[in-house]
Write a protein that binds this ligand. Structure first.
Ligand code: BG6
Length: 463
């Protein structure tokens, strides 16, 4: 059987500024730059974001390789810490404007549609130190100013924008589970950040609609990581646990982004627990009025939940008050990343978006498989024969295809990632790219077997 995708389907890949560019000529530090400078040992092999995949210097050659891999669209991000010289006024850095103009022009010259995201875990550390980062409403305003600047500078050529990548991961990493600087565990702050990031996204969308982008054919969305929550069993307590996990982990951003409102059951629970965020009716109205044109969905793994069996030992509010993660026996794992592989969830996402979110246009903005030690898979031609990645992509596409055949409005698939890139505290442990970095020092790059598969996939609009 041939899986054929709708006409005009995007075949592409995603990366981000902080994971690819390197810190060259960057005026300000992000929270990750700061964390690395303070504690390099927290990063795999002590490799930080300083060089990343050297996109700042190599972008022309890198984009040519992306074209060779058949990519028709690529998402990256504009770094707030690079573009902006003064956060209060959103005055820009001229070298950064030159760089992003060149990158966009280079994508277009190579026939690749640039999709630009505005925040990929890279909050300027000054805004954390001065105002408390995402716990501050002022930072939401500054983000909207930065976004407005991007629309004004690049909106003539960039037609597809997204405000945030995986906003829930910011909340979880910074304020719940200690994997993003400032590594705090504070439920109240987490929930305020959750609200403020929704507000910042809505304010950026408001700025987009006030700009000339729309007249120039532009549209704006958000990239949300969805981890569909499945209960351990049909028992009522397990189902309730999974429902709360679904509401908190997925709907906290999905509902405001698409429907303009927070799930009532979440607001009710948080109010009862005395931890509801601070907000005004005016702010709620901004969220209500500025919903997205389209949705990007990052999908890597499902979430399995069971009713709590042990007491929760925490001196702050945690969502785990209402569920416990469940390790399903026999689940299929990617052992390198420690994430379950469950392609069927992509079909469930497609149907959920179709039935519960007005069948809004959406695309798979990330999906992929991080593998450690790919060097051992080099074949006689010295190429990384990553058949496991090809199989992973095919299995996920088959499920997506089923969802599309049943009417879900999905317009594309972006693999994480075009070129092996720096993965936060995992640095270069797991590789995700269609294109390998053969040597981190020389930054020599070469196409993996999956790149040739992807090229054919794009050319044939299916497999
Ligand atoms: C997503 C992010 O969470 O998954 C990327 O948007 C990230 O930034 C990717 O790199 C893969 O996850 P990780 O943690 O293995 O790098």
């Amino acid at each position: 059987m041939k899986y054929e995708f709708p006409k005009g389907f995007w075949w592409g890949a995603a990366t981000s500024g902080p994971q690819s560019e390197g810190r060259f000529h960057k005026r300000h530090k992000s929270v990750f730059d700061e964390w690395y400078d303070r504690d390099p040992k927290a990063f795999f092999d002590q490799v930080g974001p300083n060089v990343a995949s050297n996109f700042y210097n190599d972008y022309e050659a890198d984009i040519r390789l992306m074209k060779e891999a058949g990519l028709q669209s690529v998402r990256t991000s504009i770094q707030w810490t690079r573009l902006i010289a003064d956060f209060e006024t959103a005055e820009t850095d001229s070298e950064a404007v030159r760089f992003y103009n060149n990158v966009i022009d280079c994508f277009l010259a190579n026939g690749i549609r640039p999709v630009m995201n505005l925040h990929h875990f890279d909050l300027p550390v000054e805004l954390l130190e001065k105002y408390g980062g995402w716990t501050s409403k002022h930072v939401a305003d500054l983000f909207a100013k930065f976004a407005a600047r991007c629309f004004e500078l690049f909106g003539d050529r960039v037609k597809d924008w997204t405000t945030f990548n995986e906003p829930m991961v910011i909340v979880e990493g910074e304020y719940l589970y200690e994997f993003h600087y400032p590594l705090e565990v504070d439920g109240k702050k987490a929930l305020q950040a959750l609200y403020n990031i929704n507000l910042a996204s809505a304010k950026a969308i408001e700025a987009f609609r006030a700009s000339t982008c729309k007249q120039q054919g532009g549209r704006i969305g958000i990239v949300i990581n969805l981890t569909p929550a499945y209960p351990r069993s049909d028992a009522e307590a397990d189902v309730r646990a999974a429902q709360f996990a679904e509401t908190f982990k997925n709907r906290s951003f999905l509902d405001p982004a698409v429907r303009g409102t927070f799930p009532k059951e979440l607001v009710g629970t948080l109010a009862t627990d005395g931890v509801l965020w601070e907000s005004t009716p005016e702010e709620d109205a901004i969220i209500k009025e500025n919903t997205v044109d389209f949705l990007g969905v990052n999908f890597y793994q499902p979430f399995r939940a069971k009713a709590r069996e042990t007491a929760l030992a925490a001196d702050t509010w945690l969502p785990e008050k209402y569920f416990e993660p469940y390790e399903m026996p026999g689940r299929r794992m990617n052992p390198y990343r420690g994430w379950e592989i469950y392609p069927q969830a992509l079909y469930d996402i497609a149907i959920n978006v179709r039935d519960n979110y007005g069948n809004i246009p959406w695309y798979v903005s990330e999906n992929g498989m991080g593998v450690e030690g790919e060097e051992k898979f080099r074949d006689e031609n010295d190429q990384i024969a990553d058949d496991y990645r090809i199989d992973f992509i095919k299995e996920h596409l088959a499920e997506l295809h089923k969802g599309i055949a049943e009417g879900s409005n999905c317009f594309g698939y972006h693999l994480w990632t075009p070129i092996d890139c720096w993965s936060w505290s995992n640095a270069y442990k797991n590789r995700y790219g269609l294109i390998a970095i053969d040597d981190l020092v020389t930054q020599k790059k070469s196409l993996k077997k999956s790149a040739y598969f992807f090229k054919k996939l794009a050319e044939e609009n299916g497999f």
